[in-house]
Design a protein around this ligand. Structure first.
Ligand SMILES: Cc1cc2nc3c(=O)[nH]c(=O)nc-3n(C[C@H](O)[C@H](O)[C@H](O)COP(=O)(O)OP(=O)(O)OC[C@H]3O[C@@H](n4cnc5c(N)ncnc54)[C@H](O)[C@@H]3O)c2cc1C
Length: 482
């Protein structure tokens, strides 16, 4: 399929020629997101406002050309790749924080605003936006809405859907609607909730109203060091079993710790088998009590050392390693395949053992860094795509890990979404009737099959061929890598 000159002209008129990309060399960086699958768009547009988004969606629908929304492209399930080509609608120019209301504790933001920017501006009012994906320096609020993103600090406070009160959307059919409310409550069916986590298949969020929370009075971060992942996993169950709900409860294994320490110098013990980052926040007296309980659980389950950070700079240093861990893994191998399974917390130890077995079977080193408190695993298989057949092999290993999570009574995704990556696994969890009902939801928003096609639900022809095409960099050969 090649895009008509007429559509390109219409897009140029809508957004201006400087905000339209269509030359092959410009399109290259839009062929992938943060994971493996690739597909080249035919054009990328960057609208400046809602009206331009609406115009672009109308034009593409008229020409029956696929539309794929895109934020920062940090997604880890192939959600932003144009699996049937067509036009990518990027939100990079719609990045303003439009309003912060300290009395109502709400903010109105454009979808392309980076997550961290919202909390930085809210901090001027003593407030913060709770969902904090580790990618928060880059990822956008629109992408967070689409993926119902979580983050290290979502254990106690909930994920994106718990913090977004409403949003303006241009639906797949090009209608302009407000879903949810402007304030804390809305009545009727929860269309807001339906849109959050719909992975860019129902429309494009063009404004998002969020809830802000007061910055807690006291925050203490513990770094508990263990000889192995098993003891750290037992401690996770013990902490939760003791009735504590820490603000964050994160685990990193030896491979991750070593890479993070070498790359980011954050003071991690490089020879530990695993560490837990446990953050407790709230009013001073309560936090001190909880710190004692958490320390007791760590000691009981074999912690060899527990460090405590109370000052903001010390805490920032500890979190720097956790939030930069995935990037630091680039020291070990040029490519990673980061999975996102969920298992009941009681199955953590067993599942981690299975992950390790699978990584050995396929001969890919695995790094584990994850939101342990949620049972949300992120095994990261490290590989080099220049090795013939390695991409196919790593995908096969990933499929086995997914099956292990489902068999353990878990789910396919905790926060990264199904996207293109896992749509073929949906029948493992859902009946044909469930899947048909989900298809019907798309129709309500006017998605006749061309709005972010091949995502979430298993679809027929025309998807796999595109998304598994050889990456342009890989095709260029070793000289392409520097
Ligand atoms: C190092 C690293 C760490 C990460 N850590 C976390 C983590 O802790 N928690 C977590 O949840 N995720 C994490 N992620 C995954 C990713 O950052 C999130 O899924 C994030 O929400 C994606 O935002 P984005 O702006 O990059 O979206 P993109 O990757 O550009 O798009 C993601 C999906 O959203 C859709 N989309 C984008 N904008 C809109 C819009 N305005 N309206 C409708 N649909 C839209 C796209 O079509 C696509 O389906 C991590 C990723 C990386 C690379």
């Amino acid at each position: 399929m090649s895009m008509s000159t007429k559509l390109l002209d219409e897009l140029r008129n809508l957004v201006g020629s400087e905000n339209l990309l269509h030359k092959p060399e410009d399109l290259l960086v839009y062929e992938l997101d943060g994971t493996i699958d690739r597909a080249l768009p035919e054009a990328v547009v960057f609208p400046a406002n809602t009206e331009e988004v609406q115009g672009v969606v109308h034009a593409c629908n008229t020409h029956e050309v696929p539309v794929t929304p895109r934020g920062a492209g940090t997604g880890l399930s192939g959600g932003a790749i144009p699996a049937r080509q067509g036009v990518i609608v990027g939100t990079a120019r719609m990045r303003r924080i439009l309003n912060v209301d300290p009395l109502e504790r709400t903010a109105l933001v454009e979808p392309g605003a980076p997550n961290i920017q919202l909390s930085e501006i809210a901090a001027e009012h003593g407030l913060f936006y709770a969902p904090d994906p580790s990618s928060q320096k880059a990822c956008t609020i629109g992408g967070n809405v689409a993926e119902n993103a979580g983050g290290p600090h979502c254990l106690a406070l909930g994920v994106t859907t718990n913090h977004v009160v409403g949003m303006e959307v241009v639906t797949a059919s090009g209608e302009l609607e407000w879903l949810g409310s402007y304030g804390p409550d809305s009545t009727g069916y929860d269309l807001r909730g339906l849109f959050i986590g719909s992975e860019g298949t129902l429309g494009i969020a063009t404004k998002v109203a969020v809830r802000l929370l007061p910055i807690p009075e006291t925050v203490v971060t513990l770094l508990a060091i263990f000889d192995d992942v098993e003891h750290a996993s037992e401690t996770v169950s013990a902490v939760i079993g003791a009735g504590l709900v820490p603000a964050a409860l994160e685990m990193m294994d030896r491979v991750t710790l070593q890479a993070a320490e070498e790359g980011l110098r954050c003071g991690y013990p490089p020879n530990a088998g695993a560490v837990l980052l446990i953050e407790l926040d709230g009013i001073e007296e309560l936090v001190q009590e909880q710190v004692q309980e958490a320390r007791a659980a760590c000691n009981k389950h074999g912690a060899t050392e527990i460090r405590t950070a109370t000052e903001a700079n010390e805490r920032t240093q500890l979190w720097k390693g956790r939030k930069g861990a995935i990037g630091a893994l680039g020291r070990i191998a040029p490519n990673y395949y980061l999975l996102d399974g969920v298992v009941p917390r009681s199955k953590l130890v067993e599942t981690m053992g299975e992950v390790s077995r699978i990584s050995q079977k396929y001969k890919f080193p695995v790094a584990n860094v994850f939101h342990a408190g949620d049972g949300n695993l992120h095994p990261c298989l490290l590989f080099d795509e220049r090795d013939e057949g390695s991409t196919a092999k790593v995908l096969e290993a990933g499929a086995e890990i997914m099956q292990v999570c489902v068999d353990a009574g878990g789910a396919l995704t905790g926060e990264h979404g199904v996207g293109y990556e896992k749509n073929r696994f949906m029948p493992l969890l859902y009946s044909e009737t469930d899947l048909e009902n989900m298809r019907r939801v798309r129709e309500i928003f006017g998605n006749s099959g061309t709005f972010n096609p091949c995502k979430v639900l298993p679809e027929g022809t025309g998807c796999g061929e595109m998304a598994h095409q050889k990456g342009a960099l890989q095709a260029a050969g070793p000289e392409a890598y520097v």
